[in-house]
Design a protein. Structure first.
Length: 273
């Protein structure tokens, strides 16, 4: 099927073979084997061009983008030389790590980062993951955890929105639904947070909603700082620091970190500073 898809795009056996990184003969054998299994002709010659038959066109149409989806699923599993695999949570990746990747690429052009996002518990000793960035108190058993920064909570909104009051619309993330109450009590405010709200799934979506002017979002100051500096958001209260933080997590120190993980740790510390 991959051979047929490549041939459809290239219109010649040689070009399709080059796309797949195989010889013209190997590609012809693949197609011939598929024809034998299906009992139909899939490719015919028209002058110097190889043309897909109606049966082949129909087959590819039914397949749709299934081949692309399979390739997208398989590609991240291929460990490439010089690749560093990091597991982290989606919000940290979207709002802190990914915006800084250009600097990493400039500083370490030979180390390719492969970032996966999950909240499940990982077995770093058994899984094909080099390190993780996790949120918590840093007390994970049998793991080495290096604090990157403590989490803070601070309300932010677009500069054109009125100051935070009981009439404000607050933006809540389901994944961190108690953040507003937690900040409200930590800053010794009376009563309860504003009732009127917009509820989204994640803090990344809460940030997007705040930038769109939908209300006041409760955000980690580290995530909001670039938008504040650029004038896209402003603070609507003081920040309060939490005991939780973001940690670079690896296997125990008696198992030496790879050179690339050490470089990542140094780069992360520089970014935090």
């Amino acid at each position: 099927m991959q051979a047929l898809a490549a041939l459809k795009k290239a219109s010649s056996l040689s070009a399709a073979a080059a796309t797949l990184g195989v010889t013209r003969s190997a590609l012809s054998h693949r197609i011939a084997e598929l024809e034998r299994q299906l009992g139909v002709v899939l490719v015919r010659q028209s002058g110097r061009c190889a043309v897909l038959t109606d049966d082949a066109q129909s087959l590819l149409m039914v397949m749709g983008n299934a081949l692309d989806r399979i390739e997208a699923a398989v590609a991240p599993l291929r460990r490439r030389r010089g690749q560093l695999r990091i597991s982290t949570v989606a919000t940290f990746a979207s709002l802190w790590l990914i915006p800084r990747l250009a600097d990493w690429q400039q500083q370490h052009p030979n180390i390719e980062l492969a970032i996966s996002t999950t909240t499940r518990v990982l077995d770093l000793a058994a899984e094909d993951i080099d390190c993780a960035i996790r949120h918590g108190l840093g007390d994970w058993h049998d793991l080495s955890a290096t604090l990157l920064f403590h989490e803070t909570l601070v309300p932010v909104a677009r500069p054109d929105l009125a100051d935070l009051s009981v009439a404000s619309t607050v933006i809540r993330a389901r994944s961190r639904f108690s953040d507003w109450t937690r900040w409200w009590r930590a800053t010794c405010k009376t009563g309860e947070p504003p009732i009127r709200s917009v509820v989204v799934e994640t803090r990344a979506q809460a940030m997007d909603a705040a930038l769109a002017g939908a209300g006041v979002a409760m955000m980690d100051e580290a995530y909001a700082r670039p938008h504040i500096a650029a004038g896209r958001l402003r603070l609507h209260g003081r920040a309060t620091e939490l005991p939780e933080g973001y940690f670079l997590v690896t296997t125990q120190e008696e198992k030496p970190r790879s050179a690339s993980v050490r470089q990542l740790a140094a780069w992360l510390e520089h970014q935090v500073a």
